[in-house]
Design a protein around this ligand. Sequence first.
Ligand code: IPD
Ligand code: CA
Ligand code: CA
Ligand code: CA
Length: 258
Amino acid sequence: MANLSNIQQEVLYIIQKAADSLRQDQHFDTVQRKSNRNDLVTDRDRQIEQYIVQYLAAKFPEAKIISEEKTSSLITSVEGLVFFVDPIDGTMNFVKCHDQFAIMIGVYQDGEPLFGAIANVMADQIIYGGPQVGTFLNQTPLPTVPDLPLVDSLVTISTRLLWQQDPNYQLIVHASSGLRVFGSAGIIWSRLVCGQQNLYISKLKPWDLAAGRALAMKNGIMVRNIDGSPVNMLQSQTVIIGTKCATDEALSLINKRA
Ligand code: IPD
Ligand code: CA
Ligand code: CA
Ligand code: CA
């Protein structure tokens, strides 16, 4: 069984080192398209990934590591100790010189969230925590997020979902305090955990979900699959993340459509 305080220490060490390196030098030499013209990877994504993955693999040789740019499709189980790594979350922002990008590391034991860390690189902030340790911003404990109604909640819904007709996610925006768009799941997770907004709906991949899901649990933030099925850490899925009141109201709005 993994030692949580050792995991916390090593994850915080390597994410801080990676974030410092990226904050000090945002130069990249190559940009490649992956699945479409907005899905990019730079040589810097790969460098940061290699740096984090090599470190974790040396410290935890028994663990599986699922990381965005080099994940082996052979990983078909979340049994044992699993690290999920997103080396640069918000690569488009990074390429376009926007400040909103993050590094995320989520740690799971037999499919259950153990620990998560999200570095808001340019703000020099690390949010970390887990079900057994609580949630912290740098060294400061974060309070539970107030369970505000939708009318008092800022929301983020991915552009792709907002364009959809059915279900009509725009109903949620109209019922809220307003829409905010950031281009980085990690930055939105940070805002949720800090109580700056109460709802996020997007299709997310395992490395977009893992860290935030682990650190949100103690903080009043719920993570649910939009279709009610259990969250699956080996596939992409559309999730609704937020405080209970705002997520319940949002789900009832999109489910009561004609
Ligand atoms: C993306 C960003 C974006 C979200 C996408 C992610 P990436 O991560 O978090 O905000 O809408 O679903 O894939 O590819 O820049 O690591
Ligand atoms: Ca990507
Ligand atoms: Ca990424
Ligand atoms: Ca990502």
